[in-house]
Design a protein around this ligand. Structure first.
Ligand SMILES: Cc1cc2nc3c(=O)[nH]c(=O)nc-3n(C[C@H](O)[C@H](O)[C@H](O)COP(=O)(O)OP(=O)(O)OC[C@H]3O[C@@H](n4cnc5c(N)ncnc54)[C@H](O)[C@@H]3O)c2cc1C
Length: 417
């Protein structure tokens, strides 16, 4: 046992991003007494592309979040040098045929409001650490206002979190991670209805750039523009993400009628961790390494893993069985896809291979639709069709040939400026 508890809850959630707010909302709706602790105040911003796929829209519906006031997208545009192709979002497995772009400052405040409305107690401007008993079980959290006891601690503290690291939820030595920077800019095409992703990017002088660029229209006169690299990429010298973003913006300035970039901010996208749960605690979202290596999507997985943690805790597993049951659900639902996607992150880090793959993908609308479904994990494993079989076959081939193409890049040393 341990002392000094000033108050007790069923669940203490650390972090009020999409993962923490989703977990708190589902838990509180299910009757649990929940405290949601965030070191920032409601309305904090987050470095993000703000892009939401049909997968995220599907999860919004489960959560009861209404994205209709914000800009809607109908599909994806892939640009690879002089080629480009547009596809509508695949409509399948209950995923709607639409996406959205919502500034994180708005989205996170909206999701947090759902948690508060459901009955979660918010402690904002309060940095938390996990308290463990003498057997190592998480038994609550310490905050500047005192110690809070809880049957379960949900660690939703985001990427690079010291709280998650203190529990062993750290990136494996050669694990895949993304590094990306975003900015906002005025644009004459802010109402465009496609998310645009540029692969095989060239700078204004026509030189190949390591990484991928995006322009996501916000519908309010501005766009979210960003540039990301995977840690698997080989680079010449140390990468400076701000410079890369500047070069990418110059290359799309005319096409998008871009104004000056503002509020640029770089951060990590964790794509695997060593541990994502233990006695008395579970990690969700970025703290659990749940970012899709194929497209950098993490908001949906944060909300989904938050929901899964809640369902397991409220279900038969109970407080003692939550960690094991949670791990089993993640392993079944996410691991096969994420394992293949991480392998894919090694393959696409090789420019020549990427060129070949893009050539095949952009051949027709049908191949592009397939690529959009696969990259966005808009798949239906219960009723597998061509896309699902392609992922399974691709995963098997990549697994069997891994030693031929796997290599650890050095882009992980990019400067987060
Ligand atoms: C440049 C960039 C672009 C991206 N683009 C996209 C995109 O377009 N679409 C997409 O789906 N994903 C994107 N992602 C990924 C996405 O931003 C994350 O996956 C998502 O924010 C994860 O949500 P989360 O709830 O796990 O963590 P976060 O959103 O990071 O929330 C963590 C919360 O924990 C709080 N916190 C941390 N430590 C403590 C502590 N000790 N005590 C109390 N509170 C604490 C923080 O204040 C924060 O509120 C992008 C990421 C980056 C860096």
């Amino acid at each position: 046992m341990w002392d000094g508890v000033s108050v007790r809850y069923d669940v203490a959630v650390i972090g009020a991003g999409p993962g923490g707010s989703a977990a708190a909302t589902h838990l509180a709706r299910g009757g649990a007494r929940v405290v949601l602790v965030d070191r920032a105040a409601r309305g904090r911003d987050k470095s993000c592309g703000d892009g939401l796929t049909p997968r995220a829209m599907h999860e919004f519906a489960r959560l009861g979040y209404d994205p209709t006031p914000y800009h809607r997208t109908d599909g994806l545009r892939i640009v690879a040098r002089e080629r480009q192709r547009e596809v509508r979002w695949p409509e399948r497995a209950g995923f709607p045929g639409c996406g959205s772009v919502i500034r994180r400052v708005d989205l996170d405040a909206g999701l947090l409001d759902l948690a508060i409305a459901a009955g979660a107690d918010l402690r904002e401007r309060s940095e938390a650490t996990v308290v463990r008993d003498d057997r190592g079980r998480a038994v609550g959290v310490d905050t500047p206002d005192g110690r809070i006891g809880a049957d379960l601690v949900v660690v939703a503290a985001g990427a690079g979190s010291p709280v998650a690291a203190s529990l062993g939820a750290t990136r494996p030595r050669s694990g895949v991670q993304g590094l990306a920077i975003r900015a906002y800019a005025p644009s004459t095409r802010s109402t465009d209805r496609h998310l645009e992703a540029s692969l095989a990017v060239r700078d204004a002088e026509g030189r190949a750039m390591p990484g991928y660029g995006w322009v996501f229209p916000l519908g309010d006169g501005s766009v979210n523009i960003g540039f990301g690299v995977l840690s698997t990429m080989r680079t010449e010298g140390r990468l400076n993400l701000r410079n890369l973003l500047g070069q990418y913006a110059a290359s799309v300035r005319d096409a998008w009628g871009l104004g000056e970039l503002e509020r640029s901010w770089a951060w990590r996208l964790p794509m695997e961790v060593d541990r994502r749960c233990g006695p008395g605690w579970v990690a969700v979202g970025d703290a659990a390494g749940l970012v899709n290596p194929c497209n950098g999507e993490g908001i949906d997985y944060a909300m989904e893993s938050g929901r899964i943690a809640a369902e397991v805790f409220l279900g038969e597993a109970g407080p003692d069985g939550t960690a094991a049951a949670y791990e089993a659900v993640l392993a079944a639902r996410f691991d096969p896809f994420f394992r293949t996607a991480r392998r894919f992150a090694h393959v696409i880090a090789r420019p020549r291979l990427l060129d070949v793959l893009l050539g095949g993908a952009m051949v027709s609308d049908a191949t592009m639709r397939l690529v959009a479904a696969v990259l966005g994990n808009i798949l239906d494993d219960e009723h597998p069709r061509f896309a699902e079989f392609s992922v399974r076959a691709g995963g098997a081939v990549l697994g069997a040939t891994e030693r031929l193409w796997r290599r650890d890049g050095d882009a992980a040393a990019a400067e987060l400026v």
